[in-house]
Design a protein around this ligand. Structure first.
Ligand SMILES: C[S@@+](CC[C@H](N)C(=O)[O-])C[C@H]1O[C@@H](n2cnc3c(N)ncnc32)[C@H](O)[C@@H]1O
Length: 235
C-alpha cells in the first residue's frame, strides 16, 4: 500500500503508510480473534456497541464521511475499545486496494445510500459489478447482514446476491434479535417504516457474479488483453 489511510484506534487518529492487507489489520488491532466488518458505519452505534459486547472479536469499520469518522473515533477512544479500528475512505477503493480478501467472519451493511436516480446508480455499494469485491471480504462460511428502507433497492440487492455462486440469501421476517442496530434503523422502526433485512451465507470462496464477470470480459476485450475478441461468448 503506497497511499496513506486515515485510521482510528483506541490510541487515537493517525495516517498510516506502509503495508496494507493482513499486515495493516494486525497493526490496527494486534492479537487474534475473528474479524467483523461494517461498511458505512455512520455514527458508529452498532459497531461500537458490538465491539464493547464482544471483546473476543475484532471489529473494523469503513466510513467515507469525515464528520462521522471523527465522531465515532472519539467514541471508540472514550469507551476504550482496543478490539476495534476505523478506517476513513471509500469502501470499494479500500476493499480493492488496501484490505486483504476473505478476512471477515461477518459483514454488516445497514442502510447504504440507495442512489435512487438512475444516473447515480453506478455509485451503489451493491451492483452486479461490485458485489464480488464486497463479498470478497468474507471468509468462507462468512455471513452478510444487510438492511434498507428503500424496498426497490433492497429487492435489487436480494436478486444480485441470489445470482452469486456459493451464496445463500434469505429475507428476515422480523427485526434483529438484538433490536434496531443503527441510528437509521432505530428512527425508521419508530416511524413504522417498512424495512427489508437480508442475511446471506457464503459456502466457499465467492465466485464472480455473472454480470460482473461479463464486465471484466468486456473490459479485457476493449483493452485487447483478454483474448476475448471474435471468439467471445455472445453475451
Ligand atoms: C444512510 S447512512 C447509514 C448510516 C448507518 N449505517 C445507519 O444505518 O445509521 C449511509 C452511510 O454510509 C456512508 N457511505 C456511503 N457511501 C460510502 C462508501 N462508498 N464508503 C464508505 N462509506 C460510505 C455514508 O457516509 C453514511 O454514513
Amino acid at each position: 500500500m503506497t497511499i496513506p489511510v486515515e485510521v482510528a484506534t483506541v490510541a487515537g487518529c493517525a495516517r498510516l503508510e506502509g503495508a496494507g492487507g493482513a499486515a495493516l489489520l494486525d497493526r490496527l488491532v494486534p492479537g487474534g480473534g475473528p474479524w467483523e466488518l461494517e461498511i458505512g458505519f455512520g455514527k458508529g452505534r452498532f459497531l461500537l456497541a458490538r465491539a464493547a459486547e464482544r471483546r473476543d472479536l475484532r471489529f473494523l469499520g469503513l466510513e467515507v464521511a469525515g464528520e462521522y469518522f471523527r465522531l465515532a473515533a472519539r467514541r471508540l477512544a472514550r469507551r476504550g475499545l482496543a478490539n476495534a479500528a476505523l478506517v476513513r475512505g471509500e469502501a470499494l477503493y479500500l476493499l480493492a486496494a488496501v484490505l486483504p480478501r476473505a478476512f471477515a467472519r461477518e459483514l454488516h451493511v445497514y442502510f447504504p445510500d440507495p442512489w435512487p436516480k438512475s444516473r447515480h446508480q453506478r455509485r451503489r455499494l451493491f451492483s452486479p459489478a461490485s458485489v464480488d469485491l464486497v463479498l470478497g471480504a468474507l471468509e468462507p462460511g462468512g455471513r452478510l447482514c444487510f438492511a434498507t428502507d428503500h424496498l426497490d433497492y433492497g429487492a435489487e440487492v436480494e436478486a444480485i446476491l441470489a445470482g452469486c455462486p456459493g451464496l445463500t440469501v434469505a429475507r428476515r421476517s422480523g427485526g434483529w434479535e438484538d433490536g434496531p442496530r443503527t441510528n437509521y434503523e432505530a428512527k425508521y422502526v419508530e416511524e413504522g417504516r417498512p424495512i427489508l433485512r437480508l442475511e446471506a451465507v457464503l459456502a466457499g470462496a465467492p465466485g464472480l457474479h455473472p454480470a460482473g464477470a461479463r464486465e471484466v470480459l468486456v473490459a479485457c476485450a476493449v483493452a485487447g488483453t483478454g483474448g476475448a475478441g471474435d471468439d467471445a461468448p455472445g453475451w
